[in-house]
Write a protein that binds this ligand. Structure first.
Ligand code: SF4
Ligand code: SF4
Length: 192
């Protein structure tokens, strides 16, 4: 069986190396010179109490300019009466690739439209990969991700869980994708 000879694909914008680049070593030295210069400049600034590098010293520092579409902290949205929009269907927990969402469902027979609600809703941020699949899977728009990052760095991973009340308490009223439900009023009835 005859095989076609391999022909290397040529790109339309392939760079042409000059003599200096083909010599290899001068370009290596030029790269090291640039990198070393930036390193020494930043080090000098750091040692004299000024900030040189663009690096954010997280968690002591957080950036004010996260992109609007950044998938940061989770938010559980509320209905106008203040109750969680979540119907404890577990779809977010099922789709989560890191298996970090734990939900315990409650039952309220008095609410025919939404008889199920989350008694417990917890996310383990030590394992969350911030993929946003939970948001995509939710049929009720009950969970979203805001651009701000959670303030969670800790020495102990067991302190990196966020619970239902924390996820509900944080209620930004703006979103790049769609508006939030109206600001909540006081919860009605006995339902948590
Ligand atoms: S962002 Fe991804 S990893 Fe984090 S809870 Fe949602 S689905 Fe799970
Ligand atoms: S947040 Fe959405 S997907 Fe997750 S349990 Fe609640 S309603 Fe279902």
């Amino acid at each position: 069986m005859s095989r076609r000879p391999h022909v290397r694909k040529r790109y339309w914008n392939e760079p042409e190396m000059g003599l200096w680049e083909k010599a290899y070593l001068p370009e290596i030295l030029r790269g090291l010179f640039i990198t070393g210069g930036v390193f020494l400049r930043n080090m000098a600034k750091w040692m004299t109490g000024r900030k040189g590098a663009l690096t954010t010293y997280y968690p002591e520092e957080t950036r004010p300019d996260y992109a609007p579409a950044n998938r940061g902290k989770h938010v559980l949205t509320r209905r106008p009466d203040g109750s969680p929009q979540c119907i404890a269907c577990n779809m977010c927990a099922t789709v989560c690739p890191a298996k970090v969402i734990e939900i315990e469902a409650g039952f309220d027979p008095a609410d025919a439209a939404h008889p199920k609600f989350p008694v417990r809703f917890e996310i383990d941020y030590s394992r969350c990969v911030f993929c946003g699949l939970c948001v995509e899977a939710c049929p009720e728009d009950a969970i979203r991700m805001a651009k701000e990052v959670p303030d969670l760095p800790a020495a102990d991973r067991w302190t990196m869980w966020l619970g239902r009340e924390e996820l509900l308490a944080w209620q930004p009223q703006s979103d790049v994708a769609k508006p939030y439900p109206p600001a909540p009023k006081a919860p009605q009835g006995d339902r948590p």
